[in-house]
Design a binder for this molecule. Structure first.
Ligand SMILES: O=c1ccn([C@@H]2O[C@H](COP(=O)(O)OP(=O)(O)O[C@H]3O[C@H](CO)[C@@H](O)[C@H](O)[C@H]3O)[C@@H](O)[C@H]2O)c(=O)[nH]1
Ligand SMILES: [Mn+2]
Length: 415
């Protein structure tokens, strides 16, 4: 059953391909059991496609559909969105029985495989008009019949916002009222707008966030990674929270996931693609810094990044680890990141050490108070619990794993 279900995303440009990479990597990081499919248009460069092929099970070529509905798109002030009609091609993926579409500007924060329990068409409310659903995250059933019907509907009625969201909302027009079970909880499509408009709710429920959606004109790949911005106390809370998610996006972009590279991948692009996907895999830190920067400027036209990200410590401790990972025996990327964040022990420490190893008293000093031991044991239980949550993809982004803390630890590690 699960083999016939897939997460699907879309890129019609190299820039949006960067977003797709993050979607795929974040799904894998949180251990999805479903297939991953990226739809790309023919103008997406070969290098970007190869990079996607290392993360996704399938990279499917689709024609660009363009609404050319300039009047409506001008209202929306997003002339580029006509191309989002291309998204409608996801209904042609009939090799799968059920799919979850994710915009390329989403970031998955935990395992969200339970989304497959929902039916077509399930989606979360749009923050701008909650009687409409947002089409950045939705559950659907591929069907050529539905595909044709949607295109016919589009030709006949157009799209009230010029993009796919307008057409999908008039096609699945009873979404708002018919069946509440098709309303995905908002945490599956948390938009930055929600942080700005209802900050108390974000503070109350934000730690339940499962998928963040960078909806709107500015995408993470257009903004530099900026650890400073997230910790500036002068920032209003809302932009600080938003910046934290933005930084998390960059961490995921640079993360060296335990890529399930196909073992027959020996072609000449292997090396460059690996650098693109996880820039430091086969290099010493100094080499990797140079070539990863070059690779990005050449291929992705990325904003230049400060040292902190270019040499994220995830893979800088040794190349041994990356070889390990390719042999399939390595720990999950999240564990490596966790190790770094919890004190920089990346190599020898077992994934979860049995408590006895931690509590081994250094001396048999009689003065060691029972209270002290109890406190240490409690702290250790806390650590183990924190680690377990992290491994289950339930990082405490609002607390212990807030980006300020993560950055502080990364900076300590780099010193
Ligand atoms: O040049 C483009 C533009 C968009 N996309 C894809 O289409 C998606 C939607 O575009 P996006 O820029 O993410 O739009 P949003 O800012 O999210 O705006 C809203 O409006 C769009 C048009 O109706 C909907 O597609 C979105 O889901 C909805 O959130 C992207 O994520 C990509 O997957 C491209 O591949 N290339
Ligand atoms: Mn989007």
């Amino acid at each position: 059953m699960a083999e016939t279900q897939a997460f699907v995303t879309l890129a019609t440009t190299d820039a949006y391909s960067m977003g797709c990479l993050v979607v795929g990597k974040s799904l894998r990081r949180h251990g999805t059991s479903r297939k991953l499919v990226a739809m790309v248009s023919p103008n997406v460069s070969r290098t970007s496609r190869l990079a996607l092929e290392h993360v996704f099970d399938e990279v499917v070529l689709v024609d660009v559909l363009d609404s050319r509905d300039e009047t409506h798109l001008t209202w929306l002030q997003r002339p580029e969105l006509g191309v989002t009609f291309t998204k409608l091609h996801c209904w042609t993926l009939t090799q799968y029985t059920k799919c979850v579409f994710l915009d390329a500007d989403t970031l998955v924060l935990c395992n969200v495989d339970e989304l497959f329990e929902y039916e077509e068409l399930s989606a979360a409310p749009d923050p701008g008009w909650p009687d409409c659903f947002n089409s950045g995250v939705f559950v659907f059933r591929p069907s050529l019949k539905t595909h044709t019907q949607i295109l016919e509907h589009a030709a006949q009625h157009g799209s009230f916002d010029g993009g796919d969201q307008g057409i999908l909302n008039t096609f699945f027009s009873d979404w708002a009222v018919k069946d509440i079970r098709k309303h995905l909880p908002f945490v599956y499509n948390l938009t930055a707008a929600a942080i700005y408009t209802y900050l108390p709710a974000f503070q109350q429920y934000g730690h339940h966030a499962k998928i963040v959606h960078f909806l709107g004109g500015t995408k993470p790949w257009q903004l530099p990674y900026d650890p400073q911005a997230a910790s500036e106390s002068s920032l209003r809370d809302s932009s600080k929270n938003f910046q934290q998610f933005m930084n998390l996006w960059w961490v995921e972009y640079y993360s060296q996931r335990q890529l399930q590279f196909k073992k027959d991948d020996k072609n000449e692009d292997y090396q460059s693609v690996q650098q693109l996907v996880s820039p430091q895999t086969h290099q010493t830190p100094s080499q990797s810094q140079k070539s990863s920067t070059e690779a990005h400027h050449r291929v992705m036209m990325m904003p230049s990044l400060p040292l902190a990200v270019d040499s994220l410590p995830i893979s800088s401790s040794s190349s041994q680890k990356s070889e390990q990972s390719e042999s399939g025996s390595a720990r999950e990327m999240k564990n490596i990141l966790y190790d770094v964040l919890s004190g920089g022990e990346t190599e020898e420490t077992p994934v979860v050490s049995p408590p006895s190893e931690h509590t081994e008293p250094e001396t048999t000093d009689d003065t060691a108070s029972a209270a002290g031991e109890a406190a240490a044991a409690e702290a250790e239980m806390d650590d183990l619990e924190h680690r377990r949550m992290w491994e289950e993809g339930r990082a405490d982004y609002m607390g212990k794993d807030a980006f300020d803390n993560i950055m502080r630890k990364l900076d300590q590690f780099l010193d």
